[in-house]
Ligand binder design. Structure first.
Ligand code: ASP
Length: 365
């Protein structure tokens, strides 16, 4: 009997969005006592990253939680609309749809990695500042663009959250086509993952089949502010690869994977969703900005909060990443784990051009 290599799937996992969920080797950058003390004590690392300085904001702006190559692809169609002062929601939706429709992105929409049963279940949310309204779908199957369905939940129902079969029926009633979302590449990765899950079952990985050893993660947040200063956001994902069927992550939960306040700004999360849900992560970021923190400080504050509620860095073997923008268009990005070669990124586009920001991390891995 061939031995299964379970270890491979317990190692830190890098995603195409530079996100890692599980991590083992780590070093806390700064030991801190409480939130009030946390940010000043982190100043050495922050200063070396050029953070802690105020960035000048500019609107209109559209940003996403990815770096250069995805950023360019994702933001281009949204910016096209935003710069012509077309609808902010149309701009964000068309940008979010880029990743959702792209089979090469294995963490969002079509081509996303499936759940434990090999079924792709998608989560997405949208929030619109001027009305403080929002909509989301969770565990939806067969629809390539869940963020567009979330927008219809917001605009065409009195509800906020539709899940599973009901969400699919709602989408079909609005003319969405039900399609197979599982690409061959995603199916092969799922099968390989299944075969390596346990050495106490009857599935065996092939001797020579190398379907990739990573367990990629992802999600994308797309946030924007129009010329009138109105703010909106979208978060969309296929969730955790291999999740238990029916599991809902942070992405469709308003206040967790996404939050927008038209007077303050917007924030979005990626990474281990359970941690983001139990800290109301994006809401936390926006409320810290309301109290006067910069987007960068607020993103670092939620990372610190997650570490604290876990009892400190010794218990943190996962990652979460936050992006934020405030009302004046200033941006921030931070993640829990990282190193000099792996810093959290966001990309944004304003009238001054396209830029990529490398943010900060709190635990070196
Ligand atoms: N936050 C997503 C979830 O927990 C996963 C991710 O961002 O990779 O469903």
């Amino acid at each position: 009997m061939r031995l299964k290599n379970m270890l491979k799937f317990r190692l830190p996992i890098k995603s195409n969005s530079n996100q890692t969920i599980m991590g083992s080797r780590r070093k806390f950058i700064q030991k801190t006592l409480g939130l009030g003390m946390a940010l000043p004590l982190m100043s050495t690392k922050m200063a070396s990253l050029g953070l802690g300085k105020k960035r000048d904001g500019e609107v209109p702006i559209i940003l996403c939680s990815r770096g250069e190559s995805w950023g360019k692809k994702v933001l281009a169609p949204g910016w096209e609309k935003l710069q012509k002062n077309e609808s902010l929601l149309d701009a964000l939706e068309v940008s979010a749809n880029v990743t959702e429709l792209d089979p090469d992105d294995m963490s969002v929409g079509y081509g996303g990695l499936p759940n434990e049963d090999g079924v792709v279940q998608l989560d997405a949310s949208i929030m619109y500042g001027p009305t403080h309204n929002c909509g989301s779908v969770a565990g939806i199957e067969g629809i390539k663009t869940p963020s567009s369905v979330a927008r219809l939940v917001m605009e065409r129902t009195n509800h906020i959250h539709l899940v599973g079969e009901g969400a699919l029926r709602f989408a079909k009633a609005h003319g969405f086509k039900e399609e197979d979302l599982l690409t061959d590449k995603a199916r092969r990765m799922w099968l390989r993952w299944k075969e390596n899950l346990s050495d106490k079952d009857d599935r065996l990985p092939p001797e020579d089949g190398d379907y990739g050893l990573d367990r990629p993660t992802g999600t994308i947040n797309v946030l924007g502010i129009d010329q009138e200063g109105n703010i909106a956001g979208i978060t969309t994902t296929s969730g955790l690869f291999g999740k238990i069927p029916g599991r809902i992550g942070d992405s469709p939960i308003i206040g967790a994977g996404l939050y927008v306040d038209n007077e303050v700004g917007a924030a979005g999360a990626t990474g281990l969703g359970e941690e983001v849900i139990r800290t109301c992560g994006s809401f936390y970021v926006v409320e810290r900005m309301r109290e006067g923190m910069s987007p960068q400080e607020a993103c670092e504050a939620i990372c610190k909060r997650i570490i604290d509620i876990n009892g400190g860095e010794k218990n943190v073997d996962f990652n979460d990443k936050f992006v934020a923008v405030n009302k004046s268009g200033e941006v921030g990005v931070a993640q829990i784990q990282g190193n000099d070669n792996w810093k959290p990124e966001l990309a944004y586009q304003t009238p001054s051009g396209f830029k990529v920001v490398k943010g900060s991390y709190l635990i070196e891995v």
